[in-house]
Design a binder for this molecule. Sequence first.
Ligand SMILES: C[S@@+](CC[C@H](N)C(=O)[O-])C[C@H]1O[C@@H](n2cnc3c(N)ncnc32)[C@H](O)[C@@H]1O
Length: 213
Amino acid sequence: MFKNIYKNILFPYNHFEKLNDYFLLLEPKFIDIKKTFNKDSNLCVEIGFGKGDFLIDFAKNNQDKAILAIERSQSLVKEVSKKLILNNIDNVLLVEGLADFIFHFYIPFSSVEKLIINFPDPYPKKAHIDKRLINKRFLKLIYNKLTKDSLIYIATDSENYRDYIINELQSLNIYKIEKFLLGFYDDNYQTKYLRKWLKLNRKIYSFIISKKS
Ligand SMILES: C[S@@+](CC[C@H](N)C(=O)[O-])C[C@H]1O[C@@H](n2cnc3c(N)ncnc32)[C@H](O)[C@@H]1O
């Protein structure tokens, strides 16, 4: 469906440049999944896809799914866009931007059946902990965007971030940790950072999380 280079990218900030009434920024621009992907499907979302190794294999293995992939680095978005075209992948929409912004303004309610976050930046210094993607605020923000039976997959090499995620989940008390694993949650996939940490013999921790009913 997305034929030309960069046609499979949504650059959200472009929408807002044209607006002079700042209140309009508060209006969501929810993606019409059926129209965008030509599929009657919920969304699978990957945040921070980096070089796109996971995304490309995931898209190939899930051709019936509508996949929305968010990355804040414009150069990575462009690089992966080219890879999607080379691999003839037409079920992925890349979105350049920050995940919380994209979730709030672009992702419809009850539409995400799978959320994948592989090796989110750990921000190990105490002073930078507020910059972490996964925290109570973010987990609250995405809650109503997830379907009832959705699953969240998270992998990290950081023990500190692992414990932080567990604490945030427990104090929020609206999610359930279905599985906590030592190692990456799916042996069929690779990511740049997974390879990097395995090479350095670092331990990997994975979470599979559901919504509490
Ligand atoms: C440590 S890298 C992991 C990349 C890839 N998932 C992997 O496993 O190789 C983290 C990635 O998340 C992206 N990122 C960090 N914070 C983000 C945010 N708030 N929204 C979207 N992307 C983000 C970064 O640009 C980077 O590409």
